[in-house]
Design a protein around this ligand. Structure first.
Ligand SMILES: Cc1cc2nc3c(=O)[nH]c(=O)nc-3n(C[C@H](O)[C@H](O)[C@H](O)COP(=O)(O)O)c2cc1C
Length: 195
């Protein structure tokens, strides 16, 4: 008997195709807005990631319209304040969040226990992957990037996050207008021990 039946195989293949179809891309339709309720649904998907001790550490803030420039300016001002990066990099930061119709900032709560503090970030990263897969299923292009500084007080405040939260991902979102080639994956590094 096969290890899995036809329905299970079909379901796995569909999921596998979705996971493989997700690409890091910001080649999007600049004119087509991403509805806030869809972004909220994607954030909801993120919360179905596993969370050790049920700490539910994710934080979300959505920037659209002029809010994207405000996010960039706030980030660049923070970089300037702590003398991070050069003038060219800071100037780029001021406009970078305008590259897609929506930018979703995903943050992470701290934890007093060192291991749970690390695990909180793992949970948020797992949540982001859920979100990216959901975006792919909708036809949205997505691009996950890490901010230059992960605890800029003014950005955390703008996002409505707590001062000791940290930023995990700046997620660019927009309607995909082009398929992107997938970078090859290296051979699977699986160790198999049977006795
Ligand atoms: C935490 C994280 C940060 C990333 N930051 C960047 C980035 O700053 N610039 C970039 O071009 N890609 C960034 N990426 C995307 C990777 O470059 C991308 O996943 C990789 O090239 C594989 O392509 P794929 O996502 O289309 O499979 C990031 C991915 C992760 C998980």
């Amino acid at each position: 008997m096969a290890a899995i039946d036809d329905d299970e195989r079909t379901r796995f293949d569909e999921f596998s195709n979705l996971a493989r179809a997700r690409r890091t891309s910001m080649i999007v339709d600049q004119e087509r807005e991403v509805p806030l309720d869809l972004i909220a649904e994607l954030c909801g998907l993120a919360t179905w990631a596993p969370s050790h001790k049920k700490t539910w550490p994710w934080r979300f803030a959505v920037f659209t319209g002029d809010g994207r420039a405000r996010l960039g300016n706030t980030m660049a001002d923070e970089m300037e304040r702590i003398d991070y990066g050069d003038e060219i990099r800071r100037a780029k930061t001021r406009t970078k969040y305008l590259r897609t119709p929506a930018t979703l900032v995903v943050g992470c709560a701290p934890h007093e226990n060192e291991m749970l503090h690390d695990e909180n970030r793992d949970t948020v990263a797992a949540g982001i992957q859920n979100l990216l897969l959901g975006a792919t299923a909708l036809g949205l292009a997505s691009f996950w990037s890490t901010p230059a500084i992960t605890q800029p007080p003014a950005v955390l405040d703008l996002c409505g996050f707590d001062p000791d939260d940290r930023l995990v991902g700046m997620i660019y979102l927009g309607w995909a207008v082009q398929e992107c080639p997938a970078p090859d994956r290296p051979q699977l590094p699986i160790t198999h021990i049977t006795s």
